[in-house]
Unconditional design. Structure first.
Length: 197
């Protein structure tokens, strides 16, 4: 028994087309994304990324929200203070201690004694979430740009240069925010485990 599209009723034809689109669209879209991303990485990314910022280094405020982060906050702040390839006087770190009940507070007090010129700690008495902590911290930030950095993540040493380059390249005046691919150091829960672990 032969079958042709002409044998379909309009409603059957519509359902067939809808199923085809729903199945094909993600596949075609993923393939297009992979091809365009690979092309951009190979042929355009290096050319688009400036080697330095033409107008000097803007001041950056790094915001670090922390709630019960005693295991990671020390190494994260040490990393941000010592490993970033960016002029020391051109960025500050603000840690938002969001009502931690562990040793996060005392650890931050010790870090503040070690880095008095570059580290500020804001202590929030009642935990109201990361967004609330950011809203409070923004009022104290001195930076021209803000970087959100979780308490259990460490950016690459060149992260500030890489992020800021997006604002300086052609069309950068239309860029509102830039994000990177961060790997969490806190892998004690299934949610925090990266893919493939």
């Amino acid at each position: 028994m032969s079958f042709s599209p002409a044998d379909l009723t309009p409603s059957q034809w519509f359902i067939e087309v809808l199923v085809f689109v729903l199945v094909a669209y993600p596949i075609v879209g993923d393939c297009a994304f992979i091809v365009s991303g690979t092309y951009y990485h190979l042929f355009r990314e290096r050319r688009d990324r400036p080697r330095f910022l033409e107008h000097g280094e803007p001041f950056v405020t790094i915001l670090v929200p922390a709630h019960n982060e005693e295991e990671q906050i020390g190494s994260t702040v040490d990393w941000l203070e010592n490993q970033l390839n960016y002029p020391a006087g051109k960025y500050e770190i603000i840690v938002i201690d969001d009502a931690s009940t562990d040793r996060t507070g005392p650890i931050l007090a010790d870090l503040q004694r070690r880095y008095p010129d570059n580290l500020r700690v804001l202590s929030i008495v009642k935990n109201r979430g990361k967004a609330h902590g950011f809203n409070v911290a923004i009022a104290y930030a001195k930076g021209d740009f803000l970087l959100s950095n979780d308490a259990d993540t460490k950016p690459s040493p060149n992260a500030l240069w890489q992020y800021l380059s997006y604002f300086e390249r052609e069309g950068g005046q239309n860029v509102g925010a830039v994000t990177g691919n961060m790997l969490a150091a806190n892998r004690t829960t299934i949610v925090a485990l990266p893919a493939g672990t």
